[in-house]
Design a protein around this ligand. Structure first.
Ligand code: RIB
Length: 305
């Protein structure tokens, strides 16, 4: 079992030919909404991989909150750790997709901002039953720190996805068993530019040095992932696909990767599987709605040869 502590957002999408410049208004099309949020997306991805998962987070007492919780329940995610707040709206994300499927996102954190350390600590039972705990930076830093401390206390593998990037202390990073940033987050954590596998390797070493965390994976979008662990260090290439929507691809990678790791799959193989899951996700629209099942990923990989 895996516990995910993190955010819920209702994603509000508009497709546009390009991103507008500051102060500019442009015409887009195809407005739609779909459940998202980094934490909820990662929990959903774990469930789609067939691994039991519990979600800890906060939503408003509103229609978006109802819809987002129902969507997780339908996928089989345990939601007993999800708090309903009647004083604040559910988190929302305004997402513009350009013609190449790249995105720009602004999040109104709403109920996510109310998640406290005490809310996390109330889920000790779930942590004790888990083989891994995953947390991101889309809920308050206190809730992130409480998650990593509780995971250490319960001797459960802790995975930090430092997204969206926020300054983190070395003390917090010391509590992680895995740190999985994307290129931008890795650059900010390490203080060095990340453009490719070579520069990701340097950033991973710098992150390991400042964090004493033994396992770092830097995701590189379509270029795959650089993994630095005692078991395997190297580049795991991605897959070339025609992307229509990259929202939630990183979350798909993390959910699939950790699901495979707790299943006992070696790091390199787990990373390849997770790259395939993310590649499939970018060929579909939406965050949670784009995440494939374990079986779909296996079939897809077989077709790649
Ligand atoms: O990682 C993708 C997610 O980031 C979106 O679903 C959006 O809600 C933002 O939180």
């Amino acid at each position: 079992m895996i516990t995910v502590v993190g955010s819920f957002n209702m994603d509000l999408f508009i497709e546009a030919p390009r991103f507008p410049a500051p102060g500019e208004a442009i015409l887009g099309k195809n407005f739609r909404r779909a459940p998202g949020g980094k934490g909820a997306n990662q929990a959903y991805a774990v469930a789609k991989m067939g691994v039991p998962v519990a979600m800890v987070g906060a939503v408003g007492q509103d229609a978006f909150g109802d819809e987002m919780v129902a969507n997780l329940l339908e996928a089989g995610v345990g939601t007993r750790g999800v708090i309903r707040r009647d004083t604040v709206a559910s988190g929302t994300a305004m997402i513009v997709l350009d013609a190449t499927g790249q995105n720009q996102i602004v999040v109104a954190n709403g109920a996510n901002e109310t998640l406290t350390a005490a809310d996390v600590l109330a889920n000790r039972d779930s942590f004790l039953r888990s083989q891994a705990v995953i947390v991101q930076l889309e809920t308050p830093m206190d809730s992130v720190a409480a998650t990593l401390r509780l995971a250490r206390e319960c001797r459960v593998l802790s995975v930090l996805n430092p997204a969206p990037f926020a300054p983190v202390t070395d003390a917090l990073l010391h509590l992680c068993d895995w740190i999985i940033p994307n290129e931008n987050e890795a650059a900010k954590l390490s203080g060095s530019e990340v453009r490719d596998a070579g520069s990701a390797a340097g950033a991973a070493v710098a992150i390991k040095l400042r964090s004493a965390c033994p396992r770092v994976a830097v995701t590189l979008g379509a270029n795959g992932v650089w993994v630095d662990t005692p078991e395997f260090t190297g580049h795991v290439p991605g897959f070339k696909v025609a992307a229509v929507d990259t929202v939630g691809a990183g979350d798909t990678f993390i959910g699939a990767f950790v699901a495979r790791l707790v299943g006992g799959v070696p790091v390199r193989e787990a990373a390849r599987f997770a790259c395939a899951a993310a590649a499939i996700a970018v060929t579909r629209r939406g965050a949670q709605s784009s995440i494939p099942t374990h079986g779909e990923v296996e079939e897809w990989l077989q077709r790649q040869g």
